[in-house]
Design a protein around this ligand. Structure first.
Ligand SMILES: [Zn+2]
Length: 151
């Protein structure tokens, strides 16, 4: 791919920052079709006492609020971990163009396993999906976080 720039390094920075806040280390970045970063966030479920405050959802909310619209057509979303079914649905609703994710999530992932949301006929918008980007660093962050806390 010519001219491709990955924003996964920034998503990994957000994941590290989340770990420092005591949150599960997952980070997300949304990039406009022009290559402008419109949102970058990490998990904040504990801080906000909100089980839906996953990195992807917070990034979608922030990007939509910043742009003043409910859809992010043509935007790219980078997230360090495979989205759960809730976030996968939100990514579809937001009309994200391309989804890049790092590590697969055998426990809670909703794309490569579990409900495989984007293969479901009720899913009206399916982004292009690229996995494995920054996979090793993402998996290491999660492993270290959970080892320390013995969840
Ligand atoms: Zn999620």
């Amino acid at each position: 791919m010519t001219g491709f720039r990955s924003y996964m390094d920034l998503a990994l920075d957000q994941a590290r920052a989340a770990a420092q806040r005591g949150e599960v280390p997952v980070g997300a970045v949304i990039v406009s079709p022009e290559g402008r970063i419109v949102a970058q966030t990490g998990n904040r479920t504990r801080e906000l006492s909100d089980p839906t405050a996953h990195a992807e959802l917070l990034a979608i909310r922030a990007a939509c609020a910043a742009l003043g619209r409910e859809r992010l057509t043509g935007h790219d979303l980078y997230v360090t971990l495979e989205p759960c079914p809730m976030c996968a649905a939100a990514i579809s609703f937001a009309r994200i163009g391309r989804l890049y994710y790092g590590a697969a999530d055998p426990k809670s992932g909703g794309l490569g396993q579990g409900p495989r949301l984007y293969a479901h006929p009720q899913c009206h918008h399916v982004p292009e999906v690229y996995d494995g980007l920054g996979e090793t660093q993402s998996a290491q962050l999660l492993k270290a976080f959970f080892a320390e806390r013995r969840y």
